[in-house]
Design a binder for this molecule. Structure first.
Ligand code: COI
Length: 355
């Protein structure tokens, strides 16, 4: 511990109105940086004023997208303290993503120290309004100035933070989605399980088309058979069918969501049957037509729980839970957020205090 160098800002910014934060629009006063150079390894961890990078136009990330990122949050507790939720899971997942993208591993201890020190320094930015938090975005990108295709020999690891409200303007109101039939997000053997920008770039065309047609996002199918459900928008997806919660298994093309795993853990803790198994879109619509599809919702760090109120597949359309949030999604949301914001005791040891 204590390896991080600090350069504090001399011109702190005005804080935004907590009632109109939106998502990811305002950034705090500081950021964490650390460099990697071949022969030197990761070096010079520092917290400095938030500001632009200077990059060579030939920096490899700009050409070959060698980049990974994470998403996590710091929560303001009712007692005024601040806590993180399962940060070690994010740290470990980022190293899994790094491995897939040939980026050198980041030491878990320095990563954790960076998170704690950065949030502590910018603690006045952690909002206090209900359902707001400080979103934390760690990311690593390739900086070597070289246009040949190979793994970069230099990188920057950066952490920025931003006070946020709800990810979707709908908040906890159910979203409308349709099943995407043209584009796929990822295939097994590709990078789907890694949190890397390219996976999100692949979703933009369908996402924009969905918004243009009055939907919030799309339901992704697998890239080979085009029939197995994978994710929804940039979240994992869970369905309650015949009293059982069903979610697609992590087969390499799906992001291993930390909110997903937390939901499954809580559901099992409550004694609700849970099944991680392949589910086809035809099975889903058949269950919906027969009234057996009780609820559907997405899960993710940014959105937490996002209920699905309407789902369209070609010329078929189904309204779920009467277009309202279902009781199980509501109960999960209440309990998960109560743990995250420290409103109830955390029986699973998931939270880490910052201050
Ligand atoms: C998250 O849920 O944290 C994400 O990374 C999704 C999105 C904001 C990219």
């Amino acid at each position: 511990m204590g390896k991080i160098r600090f350069i504090k800002t001399e011109s702190p910014k005005a804080k935004p109105d907590q009632k109109n934060l939106g998502f990811g629009r305002y950034f705090t006063d500081h950021m964490f940086l650390m460099n990697y150079d071949e022969g030197q390894g990761w070096h010079d961890p520092r917290i400095v004023p938030y500001g632009p990078f200077e990059l060579e136009p030939s920096a490899m990330v700009l050409h070959y997208a060698q980049e990974v990122f994470e998403g996590m949050k710091a929560y303001r507790r009712a007692d005024g303290g601040i806590q993180l939720f399962r940060p070690l899971e994010n740290i470990r997942r980022m190293n899994v993503s790094c491995e897939r993208l040939c980026i050198p591993q980041i030491d878990e201890e320095i990563f954790m120290e960076a998170l704690l020190e950065l949030v502590k320094l910018d603690q006045d930015w952690v909002p206090t309004e209900p359902d707001t938090s400080l979103y934390i975005r760690p990311f690593v990108f390739a900086t070597e100035p070289q246009v040949g295709v190979h793994a970069s020999r230099s990188y920057i690891f950066c952490i920025i933070t931003c006070p946020v409200g709800a990810y979707y303007p709908e908040g906890l109101n159910p979203v409308k989605i349709y099943v995407e039939s043209r584009d796929v997000r990822a295939v097994r053997g590709g990078m789907g399980y890694a949190k890397t920008g390219g996976n999100y770039a692949a979703t933009l065309r369908a996402g924009e088309a969905a918004i243009a047609e009055g939907f919030s996002q799309v339901l992704w199918l697998d890239g080979i058979h085009r029939k197995y459900i994978e994710e929804v928008g940039s979240m994992n997806v869970l369905f309650k069918i015949d009293g059982e919660v069903v979610t697609p298994p992590l087969g390499g093309s799906i992001l291993p969501g930390i909110t997903r795993s937390s939901c499954l853990h809580i559901l099992k803790h409550w004694g609700i049957p849970v099944s991680e198994r392949p589910i086809t879109v035809d099975e889903l619509f058949e269950a919906a037509e027969q009234g057996r599809l009780e609820e559907a919702f997405g899960s993710g760090t940014a959105a937490v729980i996002s209920p699905i109120g309407k789902i369209v597949y070609g010329d078929k359309s189904e309204i779920l839970s009467g277009g309202k949030i279902g009781p199980l999604a509501a109960k999960l949301y209440d309990y998960l957020t109560a743990i995250q914001w420290g409103r109830v005791e955390d029986p699973f040891g998931w939270t880490v205090r910052v201050v």
